[in-house]
Ligand binder design. Sequence first.
Ligand SMILES: Cc1ncc(COP(=O)(O)O)c(C=O)c1O
Length: 376
Amino acid sequence: MKSQKTLFMTTKIEFNDLNIRAKKYRSEIKKLIDKVIDSNYCLNGPENRKLEKNLLHFLKNGFITTVSSGHDAIFLTLKSLKLNKEDEVIFPVNSNPTAFPIAQTGVTLIPCDVDKNGLIDPKEILKKLSKNTRAIVVTHLYGLVCDVDKIKEIIGDKNTFLIEDCAQAFGSQYKNKSVGTLGDFGCFSFYPTKNLGTLGDGGAIWIKNKDFYNYICLAKYYGEKKRYYSRFISGHSRIPEIQAGILNIYFKNIKQELNSRIQLAKYFYKKINEEKLNNYIVPLDNNYLSPLHLFVIKAKKRNKLIKYLKSKGIPTLIHYPYPIHLIPAFSYLGYKSKDFLIAERLAKNILSLPFHPMITKKQVDYIFTIIHKFYY
Ligand SMILES: Cc1ncc(COP(=O)(O)O)c(C=O)c1O
């Protein structure tokens, strides 16, 4: 019998650490703002260069450029491939934010079903591959890592680019290499809630090939090399200096934070066992012991569990409740229910629990006590 004491939480449980982290670094952030004011650079200044250096040091090899967001990172990557509308891009049907920038480039969208962990399924890629496939975008969803070697094997020597959407996977490793550096391009997001997230928008692209890097560096500034003498039509895409500076501050502690995510996930697995929840909730397989961005479980009676947790002050989210073929924006693709069985089944069963380096053990204990109470 658990004591009543453990069933109350005095501190509010946050789904993520967005405001907690910013408060922790408040005084450094204030100093940074002063520094940026004095520097006369709002955009494209020393903080961006420092961030690119930090990122390159972390990711190794290749080239890095900062852009406005993870969305732009994918969009500009595809723009650099200069694709036409008959060109096909394969991507996982369950990663909503991945689909939008691909659709905005005007290429032919080829959504693909996923495996039981919500990651693009190489067997399904094989079925979707055609002579028009120009790129495969793999999303390392939740921080889990896709079966990259298998996907590379499928690509073989075809003229098909491998793009990694690492928006949710900053810090995940695959066979001792950082995700984002395993293919031709790695797209990162610094959206506030991400493993490395700022207090606004931000993104970056890791690029293997210098020619593509040179192109993207122009594409993010109106296609300009010489000021006001654009070589091609493009928009702009940049991280404000203050946001880049905040990321540089957070970078100092990033290894510890990523490690806390790894340790925290282990603690979650332990609690699932301790509370005898294995027959009710199943966490997705974290084969590479990644610093997860989201702790996602498949849960029996998922919707009732969500309500119960909410009533006990435990916030949860679903990432994502609808695979893209079932949302109105993508109805033009002509797919219907049951076209992507695994993704559809997952959407009905998955649930993301509060998970971030600032959560306390006491809070985690409370969460699992409450889940236990729900099922028993
Ligand atoms: C998997 C994935 N891809 C792309 C994005 C887009 O990133 P951003 O919000 O920085 O544009 C996100 C962020 O929500 C994401 O989770």
